[in-house]
Design a binder for this molecule. Sequence first.
Ligand code: ATP
Length: 364
Amino acid sequence: MELTNTSVLNALRHVDDPDIKKDLVTLNMIQDIEIEGNKLSFTVMLTTPACPLKEVIKNDCLKAIEEHIGSDVEVDILMSSHVTTTRDNTPLLPGVKNIIAVASGKGGVGKSTVTANLAVALARQGAKVGIIDADIFGPSMPTMFNCEHEQPGIRKEGEKNLIIPIEQYGIKLISIGFLTPAENAVVWRGPMASSALKQFIGDTEWGELDYLFIDLPPGTSDIHLTLVQTVPVTGVVLVTTPQKVALADAQKGLNMFMQQQINVPILGVVENMAYFTPEELPDNKYHIFGKDGGKKLAQKHDVPFLGEIPLVQGIREGGDIGYPAIMQEGPTSDAFMQVAEATAQRVAIRNAEKAETKKVELKV
Ligand SMILES: Nc1ncnc2c1ncn2[C@@H]1O[C@H](COP(=O)(O)OP(=O)(O)OP(=O)(O)O)[C@@H](O)[C@H]1O
């Protein structure tokens, strides 16, 4: 078959995006086709830089060109990405493509640890990422990002004072912990906490972001309601540990977001502290909190399971010194990277399949 733009597109119509289950040409993912003699180059525009199926898609493209055009074509494929969004013309957070709430039922299950590591993982893959630490009961992001003593700047824009987020490890970050010493955080209950969250959303200079994570307080609270009433949330990541008492609370968290009046898509469940593993013996796994609790919870509610993170001393140490574990190579960072990729993949699928989430209008 002759090598032309049309024959290339026809060949690539045989390659499906394995998640969205439509072909790459229909999805407008093939760009910049260039042909010179028997040399062909083109770009595949993925829906996230953290696409776990990058290699599968690339190989499928190579196979399709060989099968439908010929084996003598020299093919050079550039894998690039453009993160998708369903958000459109919203006055709040106009440059933010996806808002991901991270929730848990119980406290202390590692919600902030997972948020910090997922955010850094996606930034390392090339995404633009921010975090709002809305955990008023225990704002831990300043510690986890080693910026406890930093103060966000303020920029005047007309009548408005805009907060400038702190930047650390490529992440834009704002926390209730920057506004009040951690030991006073408990006074930020109720309306004050809600108005602080609104300020973080409405009066902060976020610029362009692919993913903005919101680290919520544990359980279900006014802050959760404020969030879903203020902006359309793309989806929720629910973090749980595998034991029965944590799962019972996690279920309440899921129910809150899934109930009809709120109806925020669940991107999936992360099982943290899934098993203990000594760093020097990574093949030894001890299921001290039980096995597969998070996976079973996801199955029961028919929501995706995003993966498991082991209980490892280095994760706690990384949190305490403000150097997220994902930044050190090894099985722990691989586990976080897999969960980050699964989350980004779920965002892309959600954006392909569902319309923008509706902001919640609750009548009281
Ligand atoms: N997989 C893990 N392995 C080892 N330690 C962990 C792991 N996940 C979290 N931790 C540690 O457990 C503690 C609690 O974690 P974290 O603050 O992330 O929980 P949380 O659910 O956000 O808590 P909160 O209820 O305050 O919101 C921290 O010291 C953290 O470093």
